[in-house]
Design a protein around this ligand. Structure first.
Ligand code: SF4
Length: 64
């Protein structure tokens, strides 16, 4: 699975970082950084929760 972010929707508040800190990071400049685009099985449930929890629906999990 691949995670994508629609930067036109992301407000960089960091809900996703709180839910999956190994995959998402909000930089000091206030920009969301994807630490990996292809999260492994060990964190995929966290990523699903982040996708569900993103308040602006900016995140997607798509099949590669
Ligand atoms: S939760 Fe959504 S809006 Fe917030 S930083 Fe993550 S992708 Fe951006």
């Amino acid at each position: 699975m691949k995670v994508t972010v629609d930067r036109s929707k992301c407000t960089a508040l960091g809900v996703c970082e709180a839910m999956a800190p190994n995959v998402f990071e909000v930089s000091e400049e206030g920009e969301l950084v994807l630490l990996t685009e292809t999260p492994g099985d060990d964190v995929i449930e966290e990523v699903r929760a982040a996708v569900e929890g993103c308040p602006t629906e900016a995140l997607r999990l798509v099949a590669e």
